[in-house]
Design a protein around this ligand. Structure first.
Ligand SMILES: [Zn+2]
Length: 232
């Protein structure tokens, strides 16, 4: 059975802009994909749009973008900028992992200035642990995803050291179209030029890896332990 990848982000923009091409490529390769956002990113609302209205726009954009890429979308509604770090949210993510049974998780790297991103990193770390632990009784049986990767995010750049390059050439244009469904992509809601940054990043990572377009990922340091009987 083809494996499933689950992207877990603090905000919908992070899910699509920094993890979307990875999910799209996994689906293109025959697997399945699901985007999980812990919040709607509603507090990024520009002055002329209410927070509630902007949250609804973010939801609509994410559902459309996921559909365009052939993925599922799960939008949780923890408050943007105030995503908590507690067992309730960890169990909510644990249950999603048990339900969707991903073989691969992509999420935020811990080296972020943004507290929601830092919390998401730790929530996922603990949710993966709980999801795989048979002695934690939940409605669904345990599931261990096996692999975790961290996404290349301009806000999570401290000590981000990519070690895995994924060729996204077949899905790059479709992924960029999906990102364009978000008002923030072209800078309508803030100062940052997401469109220019992530498009250029795909080119730059492609240059470094010998692909036309690529994303760079970082494996969990705990995954980098090799136990071998021979080095040759
Ligand atoms: Zn974010």
């Amino acid at each position: 059975m083809p494996s499933k990848i689950m992207a877990i982000a603090a905000h919908p923009g992070d899910a699509l802009f920094t993890m979307g091409a990875t999910v799209a490529q996994h689906i293109h390769n025959g697997g399945g994909g699901v985007f999980v956002s812990l919040s709607l990113g509603e507090k990024g609302a520009p002055k002329n749009i209410s927070v509630a209205e902007y949250g609804a726009m973010q939801r609509t954009a994410t559902e459309k973008a996921a559909k365009m890429l052939g993925a599922e979308a799960v939008l949780l509604t923890y408050p943007d900028a105030e995503i908590p770090l507690n067992d309730q949210i960890v169990f909510a993510v644990c249950d999603l992992i048990r339900e969707h049974k991903p073989a691969i998780i992509v999420t935020h790297w811990s080296g972020s200035w943004h507290k929601d991103h830092q919390n998401c990193h730790m929530i996922v770390r603990d949710a993966v642990f709980y999801a795989g632990l048979g002695t934690i009784a939940r409605a669904l049986p345990p599931h261990n995803p096996g692999k975790t990767f961290y996404a290349d995010n301009w806000e999570d750049a401290t000590n981000f050291q990519p070690d895995t390059y994924l060729d996204i050439t077949p899905v790059c244009e479709k992924w960029l179209e999906a990102c364009d469904l978000y008002p923030m992509w072209r800078g309508q809601t803030g100062f940052f030029r997401y469109n220019d940054y992530y498009r250029s990043l795909a080119v730059m990572r492609g240059c470094l890896s010998g692909f036309k377009y690529a994303v760079a990922l970082m494996t969990d340091p705990n995954q980098r332990l090799y136990k071998v009987r021979s080095l040759g």
